[in-house]
Design a protein around this ligand. Structure first.
Ligand SMILES: Cc1cc2nc3c(=O)[nH]c(=O)nc-3n(C[C@H](O)[C@H](O)[C@H](O)COP(=O)(O)OP(=O)(O)OC[C@H]3O[C@@H](n4cnc5c(N)ncnc54)[C@H](O)[C@@H]3O)c2cc1C
Length: 528
């Protein structure tokens, strides 16, 4: 089989890439490991899974009719609703006929002479394509920590990122949740409501702000839909590509009185969601400003959680926002329930998993079910699982030995015609990802169209442009507090992974740069 464009993944990136490729008249095909579309929202079916970006913003904007006709029911959409949306898009644009499900890409090798990618799938078949687009996702390889004895556990084991399709009912069960990141914070209140007993094993306490989720206000929906384009345009000027309803304050902490700061924190806490980080102009730039916001949240935790020892254990000490801020519905209050226990594993870790449960520091916790909410090998894990070989047989793993290196987060020197959607070095996970995905897909599709119009066969980043870009990404991060935590943004959750800040901060500047590169005839790329 041979195609002009081969796309790996049928999440939001792969779906839109397929649509754009087909609109250009290209023979395109998607390979997807899952049995359906939706990517993240196909795999992450854990209780409470929900979007942290508001529904009216976490959706495609490429087709006005689509955004006008689709109706979200809540301010923050649930996983099932986002899945319905992904399926609606696939049907509406008749995408399924060019998607092969239940097939995993295991290897991709660039043929220097034929200037084509040879792609091998797990059924042993080889497919060739001129352009290979990796729409494989930033958070699509579950991180399963290697804990002694796990294989001996007698109960059921789940990972939030690979949740079963059939409903999991914890009623009457003793459940252990390992991890306290975003997925844990969303699922713990719901699991606690079902389980007889819930034990939460916490390595690092995380900051979470309330979602204040509610049914979507029809008047608000109508107002946005009356001029959706302007709303989208305003959002794309925000540093994270969302949230123009309540933009980041331009005022620095030191230019406010303590009362003004308190009022700003309080107002954003009440508003709900990730907007909290915009309370001060320098919240993510200045440690003192950050400390004020962090202390405000710790104060809230102390107000909510009745047992002072538990409140203290739940109170994060690190910089707020440099690990992904979590958004919850009743997380901290869940620890007031008599059936919930918090266990600190920050010092000794988990000794081992036994047939009956989990042992920590000599103490045993008997459990029927174990939930790993331990996140992902983010941004690079899924790409590096595929044996990708560029010019001269060089593997992507070799090229990224010192951490991921890309130009614009889109292409890697030595890997012609390989495009990555929302790759490391692009704003990706620091943004409303659908916006970033659409921007990347448009850039890639336009690039392919231009190459074909000019009768050119390949495009590839120049090594010096790539080096300068990697330096730029690091320099931008270095001016902020983002680099100060052991976060998955720097790969710290995966043992042995190189510590490199992977995403680029600042969506508007990034878009300007991408446009400039095109205006200057694909500056920094070799085209042949
Ligand atoms: C729990 C959770 C909550 C999130 N919340 C938000 C949020 O609030 N706001 C936000 O902007 N973003 C959020 N995200 C990020 C989310 O990943 C993106 O918003 C978006 O869905 C990514 O789409 P994608 O198509 O790029 O990747 P994905 O949705 O990850 O899709 C990638 C697809 O590629 C497939 N694939 C991977 N490797 C292969 C292979 N070798 N062969 C075949 N198929 C393969 C996978 O099966 C998957 O279906 C969240 C992520 C998670 C995990």
């Amino acid at each position: 089989m041979s195609f002009e464009v081969l796309i790996v993944g049928a999440g939001f990136a792969g779906l839109y890439m397929l649509h754009r490729a087909r609109s250009l008249g290209l023979a395109a095909r998607v390979f997807e490991a899952a049995s359906g579309v939706g990517g993240t929202w196909y795999w992450n079916r854990y209780p409470g899974a929900r979007c942290d970006v508001e529904s009216m913003e976490y959706s495609y904007q490429f087709d006005d009719q689509l955004q006008q006709e689709w109706r979200w029911s809540e301010r923050f959409a649930t996983q099932p609703e986002i899945m319905r949306y992904a399926n609606h898009v696939a049907d509406r644009f008749d995408l399924r006929k060019d998607i092969r499900f239940n097939i995993r890409v295991v290897a991709a090798t660039y043929d220097d002479i034929g200037k084509r990618w040879k792609v091998r799938t797990d059924d042993g078949v080889e497919t060739s394509a001129q352009f290979l687009v990796m729409a494989t996702g930033c958070l699509s390889t579950a991180n399963r920590p290697d804990i002694k004895g796990l294989e001996n556990f007698d109960g059921a084991v789940y990972h939030t990122g690979e949740w079963p399709h059939e409903e999991v009912d914890f009623t009457g069960k003793r459940v252990g949740v390992i991890g306290t990141g975003s997925s844990a914070i969303q699922s713990i209140p719901i699991i606690a409501g079902q389980a007889r007993k819930l034990v939460v094993f916490q390595r690092t306490a995380n900051y979470s702000v309330p979602a204040h989720n509610a049914p979507l206000d029809p008047a608000y929906e109508a107002r946005i839909k009356a001029d959706y384009a302007s709303f989208r345009a305003r959002n794309s000027l925000q540093i994270n590509a969302f949230g123009s309803n309540l933009p980041r304050s331009p005022v620095l902490a030191r230019d406010m009185t303590p009362q003004e700061r308190r009022a700003a924190f309080e107002a954003r806490w009440e508003y709900g969601g990730l907007f909290f980080l915009g309370a001060l102009g320098d919240l993510l730039l200045d440690k003192q400003a950050n400390d004020m916001a962090a202390e405000f949240v710790r104060g809230k935790i102390r107000e909510i959680v009745r047992d002072p020892a538990v409140a203290e254990l739940l109170s994060p000490k690190q910089v707020i926002g440099c690990k992904r801020l979590c958004v919850d519905s009743g997380y901290y209050a869940t620890f007031n329930r008599p059936n919930v226990r918090l266990v600190d594993i920050s010092k000794s870790g988990i000794d081992q998993i036994t047939p009956a449960g989990v042992r920590v520091d000599g103490a045993s916790f008997e459990l029927d079910s174990l939930v790993f909410a331990t996140g992902f090998d983010a941004m690079t894990g899924t790409l590096l699982k595929i044996d990708i070989r560029g010019r001269g047989g060089r593997t992507l793993r070799e090229a990224w030995e010192a951490g991921p290196r890309t130009y614009l987060g889109i292409n890697v020197a030595g890997f012609p015609n390989l495009f990555i959607i929302a790759g490391p070095g692009s704003p990706s996970v620091l943004t409303n990802m659908i916006v970033s995905i659409e921007q990347h897909v448009n850039w890639i599709a336009d690039c392919i169209a231009r190459l074909r119009a000019q009768g050119r066969a390949s495009i590839e980043a120049r090594p010096e442009a790539q080096e300068a870009w990697v330096e730029h990404v690091n320099a931008v991060a270095g001016r902020t507090l983002y680099t100060q935590c052991n976060s998955w943004y720097v790969g710290a959750n995966i043992p042995g992974k190189k510590r490199v800040f992977m995403p680029l901060l600042g969506f508007p500047d990034y878009v300007t740069k991408c446009d400039e590169v095109v205006a200057k005839g694909y500056e920094g790329f070799d085209i042949s």
